[in-house]
Design a protein around this ligand. Sequence first.
Ligand SMILES: N[C@@H](CCC(=O)N[C@@H](CS)C(=O)NCC(=O)O)C(=O)O
Length: 213
Amino acid sequence: MFADPTSGNCYKVALILHLTGRDTQVVRTSVVEGHTQDPRFRALNPDGRVPFLQFPDGRGMGESNALLLALARGTAYRPDAPADEDEVLEWLFFEQYSFEPNIAVARVWRHFTGVPEGQEEGLRAKMANGAHALKVLDQALETRQFLAGRRFTVADIALYAYAHLAGEGGFDLNDVPAVLAWMDRVAGQPGFLDMPALFSNAPTVNFDDALAA
Ligand SMILES: N[C@@H](CCC(=O)N[C@@H](CS)C(=O)NCC(=O)O)C(=O)O
């Protein structure tokens, strides 16, 4: 898997691979060092983003939440009762439209790159929209242990990825106590590994070496 170990989207995929007992080699792909712009990578994934997983049959696939569903197929992490599956899908789409684009980008700007010139207003909008998305999550978690199907699923993995990094974007998680309590439940799941542990344990290959092979 091509993955940047600082990316919540990559963490989602590394975590479901780990929880479902699959070994995967991580090709260390640094967004800030421009690896995702590399023409050799773009030849594999024209979208130029990580995570990007290559299956043994040669198929390549991106999009973290699509990968969560694909890799959890046939396991308890992807419920198949229609009402539960619908809930999972609702949260996965919410994550990609309302949650990640605000929280992840605010985190990149505030924690890694600095706010790009002219984006001060953009940052304000991301902070407001991200805080709103966290409140939506918090409200849902006031009345349930897990997001969908009354058990731990890929919906929890998808939302956890950037909820647990939101502090690095300047969001105050003390404003969302039900989210804090749920994050503890997620971290208490059998087999759970946090982001640094997951990426430091995974067999790793250097980006240039992988593409030269
Ligand atoms: N919708 C995609 C978003 C992936 C994404 O934006 N990945 C970032 C890292 S978190 C990336 O590769 N950015 C590279 C770039 O913008 O050049 C997913 O969920 O996988």
